[in-house]
Ligand binder design. Sequence first.
Ligand code: HEM
Length: 82
Amino acid sequence: MLAIHAGQGAEEELGARFVTCFMQAADDAHLPDDPALRASLRAYMEWAVRDVLRYSPRNSTVPSGAPTPHWSWGGLVRPDPG
Ligand code: HEM
């Protein structure tokens, strides 16, 4: 997933727009209006977008063999957020 986005030169502001679209999609899909759910979805997507944009500069390469991140209600579970 990181590799297909890498090196595209996407501007930082695309990240905020991505998160806004994602939260609108949650509304469109009639997901419950539960504040804990919405906050968790937003926190995950803000983190994921930051991860994607880390590799946005042209010529960026994504190291192979990285573990698939796991999220839960409280945030990143694996790899250990440190
Ligand atoms: C700045 C934020 C992002 C932008 C501008 C963006 C843009 C794009 C674009 C243009 C593609 C199509 C690539 C192609 O087919 O050549 C794509 C594919 C994809 N993106 Fe993103 N993306 C962003 C963040 C994310 C995040 C955070 C996730 C997941 C958490 C994600 C998951 C995917 C997946 C799974 C695909 C492949 C879809 C498929 O081909 O079936 N993207 N993205």
